[in-house]
Design a protein around this ligand. Sequence first.
Ligand code: ADP
Ligand code: MG
Length: 383
Amino acid sequence: MSDAATVAQGFMDVHGRAPAGVWSAPGRVNLIGEHTDYTEGVVFPFAIDRRAFMAADRNNDDVLRIQSLQRPDEVIEIPIAELAPRSDHHWSSYVAGSAWALRDAGHDVRGFDVVLDCTVPSGSGLSSSAALECATMLVAAGLYGVPVDPFPFALLAQRSENLYVGVPCGSMDQTASMMGKAGSALFYDTQSGDVAHEPFEPGAAGLALLVIDTRAHHALADGEYAKRRQACEEAARQLGVPSLRHIAVDGLDAALASLDADLGRHVRHVVTENARVFASRIALREGDYVELGRLLDASHASLKDDFRVSADELDVAVEAARSAGALGARMTGGGFGGSAIALVAIEGIGELSDAVRRAYAERGFEEPSIWVVEPSDGAHQDS
Ligand code: ADP
Ligand code: MG
């Protein structure tokens, strides 16, 4: 297992000197509140026990020198003076973009060498992207004396992904990676900017939260994501509200009556999903995991049938998990592949995992990767 010491050694091997420090930031699982962070909605993610570790030191060359232990043959060098939004989706842009965002916000960040090692699987819907962005925020701030301010840093990391990398994401992933806390989920209201840590320790209730990484990545994900955003914006425009957050559940029927069926199903997902996030917070506070499971199931149905961002691999995993005794299961992340989560009694983990693997084999899908995740700490300096 990779950790701070491994990446520090990686830096030594490449640069022949010790790094000035090691920083890391986690990926995230979104418990519930999917496709709501770009319509001023509420989300409920938590930081996971898989992280992007970065060993780094200043250089005097005025360049960013970026290496990844997962890309051993590449050294990316970008002159600081040339940092500018590229929308190139290149892996190094998840790093360079954060340095750009800090500089663009007026901070005097200059050249540094960084070697990274990421234990968040890439492209699995667990936000390796935010892990890289947030770890870099701390690296650049740490090396150049910028005071760390977690929530503004999360928003700068999002700005970097939007503009520098070119992905029109909301701010959930970066906020979870920056601000997560062990043993809790992060209730984040993207309209007010309020963030609250809600205790979430399934193990203490004899339960586990499983990640089922389908390893499927459907090519249409990016384009479909952009289409969902556009549909939500168009619906808000037709309803005469600044965002779909302004439609409450008791106003849903009236809203649907004035929209065509296609925009209507988008609105129904977003409005009911926000309600499920609030209900999930109550369920957690009451220790009512049966209710939480029911909400996870309902979220999946809404994402599949109304928002239409699921995939066969996700549906098969969710169905098999439920049939094998999960209290609830849903896709997590943007969809079209990526990962599902299942809430299950600890003694049922083996049976559930076998059932999902069997269902995958029957369908001819690649074997999924299944493991227990723990709500973990957000970005920090390791050494
Ligand atoms: P997710 O955030 O769900 O993991 P994204 O597509 O948003 O998926 O981000 C994945 C991208 O992040 C990869 O395509 C790659 O560019 C970059 N990335 C992730 N992990 C690494 C790594 N270990 N080394 C280099 N780049 C990585
Ligand atoms: Mg991502």
